[in-house]
Design a protein around this ligand. Structure first.
Ligand code: HEM
Length: 548
């Protein structure tokens, strides 16, 4: 086996030499005597054939330790990327349906094979049991670090463990409940502004309002910085994120290039994407630096261990309590939280509205209002603990997050030999994870109903007819859902975002009857880089049914 690999790598080298010789004679005008060029071309041809036979036939059929898993072919590698202009999720879901009993599926692409884990058993291995055998691919991390900084999302190993340990406590439910007033007051401003816009223009666009309200909430929770995006027409940080998350073929090409070019070369190419990333990242860095300085100057937070903190400053204080952290790292961590804690929840607000305004599902708006009425609308929205227990509200949030996971694709690379569902996974294997496909897998989510919006699956009916929320949606394991992932790299902001979603949806649908514009009753296509939004935006009109 090893001899075979060395022979093939030698041939691969000859192949590269052949290409160099060919290009130098053809394009650079070097005159290489024919007697040398001919054998080089022949070697090139032979090496090319052998490498192809090895990649296409020999390795996948006889040598690949992952050949116990079924194989599919992906001619367009863009469908495997988290940053892409390609349609999202659907190819992976098709593969999952083609191989319903598979634990994992091998995906052959023109540039090599990758693996995707699909069953709860395989996902548990990749994300929990053997989680320390994986890292996020360096090329993708280098690309994203320019926007998000080297914070919790992109750090690895001991640095990640240290950062996660310091940050975990600020995401406890008690601390999140402490942010309820802020979340509610920002939601109220959102609704006032939306109502004004609707009166003036007859419509409002949900993606952009979701983005503004979540930016204002995370800005205030993270660093006492009120971006006031909700009342500012051109808020620079909001616009910076909008541009950074927009999809374009240019961004996809850049992301693909990050696999072959070192970061310091790629980031210096004079391209439109580089200019856009540099300009917008600087806007975000400056905002974080200003927020940090203001919070320290106002004594809201103090660097170092054991320092007193004011209510609501927990996230920034926990970043500062890590005594090993430099100012650049603090700002990187703030960029991470601004990015991660903003567009993700914003898209969930848009998707929930998208679903609840479709003809088949509109009646869930009425169901939700009835639940809020029965509890007492004002009692419910002013108390986070009441909202946490409302069955229909929570079931609608859970089902939206299942059906439209904002992050549809992510990846891990095995840093040592490991196993998935009993099969050996060699070091260097790229494991791509598709929350979109896993969350809609008919095998675990009720066959034909798996792609339908069925909030009832999150509810259990008691003998007295009352309903109670369950934690699994009827699936056999929580690894059947990947919206927030699992394990030590799962989303630290999971409870934060659920609290936000609850208060925003309860206030919004509790006070407005929300409808699409005439003629628009279609299921929108999900598009977006990193997170998915309804294509073309989601335009709605509002009719007030209750005073706030
Ligand atoms: C609906 C809302 C959200 C969804 C669906 C979501 C989803 C995810 C996913 C899938 C990951 C793992 C990414 C990967 O490993 O490739 C992640 C990680 C992370 N999320 Fe979220 N997220 C949401 C909201 C938030 C919020 C509100 C915050 C902060 C306030 C946040 C902060 C983070 C951080 C810091 C990480 C990195 C965790 C680590 O690696 O230790 N997220 N999120």
């Amino acid at each position: 086996m090893e001899i075979l690999i060395s022979v093939l790598s030698t041939l691969a080298n000859i192949l590269v030499a052949g290409v160099v010789l060919y290009t130098s004679t053809k394009f650079l005008g070097c005159s290489i005597p024919y007697v040398y060029a001919l054998p080089a071309y022949q070697a090139f041809g032979l090496a090319f054939c052998l490498v192809s036979v090895y990649n296409v036939v020999l390795y996948p059929m006889l040598l690949d330790p992952l050949r116990v898993f079924p194989r599919v072919v992906a001619p367009d590698i863009r469908v495997l990327l988290p940053v892409t202009d390609a349609p999202r999720g659907e190819s992976a879901l098709r593969w999952v349906k083609q191989h319903p009993s598979a634990d994992a599926i091998r995906i052959s692409t023109p540039v090599g094979s990758v693996l995707t884990a699909v069953s709860p058993r395989a996902l548990r291995d990749a994300l929990a049991t053997n989680q320390n055998d994986y890292e996020k691919p360096l090329s993708g991390r280098n690309f994203l670090a320019r926007t998000l900084g080297w914070g919790l999302i992109l750090s690895e190993g001991a640095t990640h463990d240290r950062q996660r340990k310091h940050l975990t406590s600020s995401f406890r439910i008690q601390n999140i409940r402490g942010l309820h007033e802020l979340m509610l007051s920002k939601t109220r401003i959102m609704m006032q502004e939306m109502e004004k816009q609707c009166t003036l223009t007859g419509k409002c666009e949900m993606n952009s309002w979701g983005s503004k309200v979540t930016l204002d909430i995370i800005g205030n929770s993270l660093m006492y910085k009120d971006f006031d995006a909700l009342r500012t027409e051109h808020q620079p940080v909001n616009e910076a994120f909008e541009e950074l998350t927009a999809v374009s073929p240019d961004t996809t090409i850049h992301y693909l290039l990050s696999f072959v070019l070192p970061g310091f070369i790629l980031s210096r190419l004079p391209t439109a994407t580089n200019r856009l990333v540099d300009r917008n990242s600087q806007v975000i860095i400056n905002a974080c630096a200003e927020g940090l300085d203001a919070a320290i100057a106002d004594n809201k937070v103090v660097q170092g261990h054991g320092s007193k903190q004011q209510r609501g400053s927990e996230i920034l204080q926990s970043i500062l309590s890590d005594s090993q952290t430099t100012r650049t790292e603090i700002i990187d961590q703030m960029r991470t939280f601004l990015g991660a804690g903003h567009e993700t929840t914003a898209t969930s607000i848009a998707w929930a509205t998208h679903i609840l305004t479709l003809p088949d599902y509109q009646h869930y708006q009425t169901r939700l209002r009835a639940e809020l009425d029965a509890t007492g609308f004002h009692t419910a929205i002013s108390d986070p603990q009441v909202l946490e227990k409302l069955p229909w509200l929570n079931a609608i949030c859970e089902e939206t997050l299942r059906l439209y996971p904002p992050v549809t694709t992510t990846g891990r690379i095995a840093i040592r030999d490991t196993t998935i569902a009993g099969a050996r996974v060699p070091k260097g294997t790229l494991v791509v994870l598709f929350p979109w496909a896993v969350n809609r897998n008919p095998r675990y989510w009720g066959g034909l109903d798996s792609e339908r919006f069925v909030p009832e699956r999150w509810l259990d009916t008691r003998p007295d007819g009352s309903v109670r929320l369950n934690k699994h949606g009827g699936a056999e394991s929580n690894f059947c859902e990947l919206t927030f992932l699992h394990g030590n790299r799962g989303c630290i902001g999971r409870d934060f975002s659920k609290a936000e979603l609850r208060v925003i949806l309860a206030s919004f649908f509790g006070q407005f009857e929300v409808a699409r514009l005439p003629g628009d009753d279609l299921v929108a296509e999900p598009v977006g880089s990193l997170t998915i939004k309804p294509k073309g935006g989601l335009f709605v009109k509002l009719r007030r049914v209750r005073d706030g």
